[in-house]
Ligand binder design. Structure first.
Ligand SMILES: *Cc1c(COP(=O)(O)O)cnc(C)c1O
Length: 356
């Protein structure tokens, strides 16, 4: 046996590393980033703030000022706390590690966010994917049957879902929360909340097994890597034990505190993107052969004839979208396009017309 075979777990050797396309020189519509940058005035105020940070010191692991700002600006219910993560990717991984009892399983609709399955496998949990319906809505009877069969320790519901953009029905999520009961946590992942304007955060008190997870990434701060989750204190106490004590670095902490004082700027950008989503969806619907799925996120999922070819043609025109056709049978011939500025959306539309 080789060194690798001797020491690396089989599940890890069988995985392929998370692939990120090289995007230099492209109109980048593949990763749900906010295309807007900060004004020159805000940039220099931020620079001044960051220059004050004591880089020689460890962060203070209570992060109380940052947590208080998050609770105030993002509508965390009174008396609820948050756990911070280096992106919500880290929160997902923390929950997986905390719940990885032998034989435990993780359930999520598929196609869904790839990190749920990835993180489950890394932690040694079994992943059960429940297919959406053909129209990419939630198959509630199938979800309830799978919950009954597998008694998942963790159930993920991305609200809205990535890569489909679907906003699952509130009543379906409530039924899932009740069906899971005290045999598992249900994580409502609200990464796209700024574009959905619909949330379970205010309902934490109704469900002891509900965790609401969010990130500042899609709001416009993907680069600083900051996520947070809230839920009952009993659950948060346990997840907190898994959190690396200094997981939020001092620059992220300072930048986030600064941006939370200017969160209206980000909210205004999200409002522009919501408007652009409506316009882009309408323009796409005009194109013959293009099917547009309803989206409550800052991206649109479309189905085109011969998506491989269309994707390649877009690349030649320096437009990078995400080809999700191979991700799941339900996504055959589908492309996912991040909604951007009017100028970039127009570039994409023109390139698409030339590519079909
Ligand atoms: C982008 C995304 C995240 C990851 O957010 P980070 O905070 O950048 O790690 C989590 N969940 C869903 C559904 C996402 O689409």
């Amino acid at each position: 046996m080789s060194l690798i075979e001797n020491i690396i777990r089989t599940e890890i050797r069988d995985l392929s590393a998370y692939h990120v396309a090289d995007s230099s020189g492209f109109v980048k519509l593949d990763a749900m980033e906010n295309p807007y940058t900060l004004s020159a005035a805000l940039q220099s105020a931020l620079a001044e703030r960051l220059a004050q940070v004591d880089l020689n010191r460890y962060p203070v692991p209570s992060y109380s000022a940052l947590k208080n700002a998050i609770k105030k600006e993002f509508g965390i219910p009174v008396n609820y706390d948050v756990v911070l993560g280096n992106g919500s990717d880290e929160l997902i991984s923390m929950v997986s590690v905390a719940c990885a009892k032998p034989g435990a399983s993780v359930l999520a609709p598929v196609p869904g966010f790839v990190m749920y399955a990835m993180s489950a496998r890394l932690a040694g949990l079994k992943f059960v994917g429940v297919p959406l319906r053909a129209d990419l809505t939630l198959d509630k009877p199938a979800m309830l049957a799978a919950i009954h069969e597998h008694r998942p320790a963790i159930t993920y519901l991305a609200y809205p879902n990535n890569p489909t953009g679907t906003l699952f029905e509130v009543a379906d999520i409530e039924d899932i929360l009740r069906a899971v009961g005290d045999s598992g946590v249900v994580i409502v992942d609200e990464a796209y909340q700024p574009f959905a304007l619909s949330s379970f955060m205010s309902r934490l008190a109704e469900f002891d097994n509900l965790i609401v997870m969010r990130t500042v990434s899609k709001l416009g701060l993907a680069g600083i890597r900051l996520g947070y989750m809230s839920g009952s204190q009993a659950l948060l106490n346990e997840f907190e034990k898994v959190r690396p004590p200094y997981n939020i670095n001092v620059l992220t902490e300072a930048a986030a505190e600064f941006m939370l004082q200017h969160v209206a700027v980000l909210d205004a950008q999200a409002a522009l993107l919501r408007e652009q989503r409506t316009l882009l969806a309408a323009a796409l619907q005009q194109l013959k052969g293009v099917e547009v799925f309803p989206s409550a996120a800052n991206f649109l999922l479309i189905r085109v004839p011969q998506a491989e070819q269309v994707f390649a043609n877009l690349l030649k025109q320096k437009i990078l979208v995400k080809n999700v056709g191979k991700m799941h049978a339900l996504l055959e011939n589908c492309l996912r396009i991040t909604v951007s500025t009017p100028a970039e959306n127009d570039l994409f539309l023109d390139a698409l017309k030339a590519s079909l």
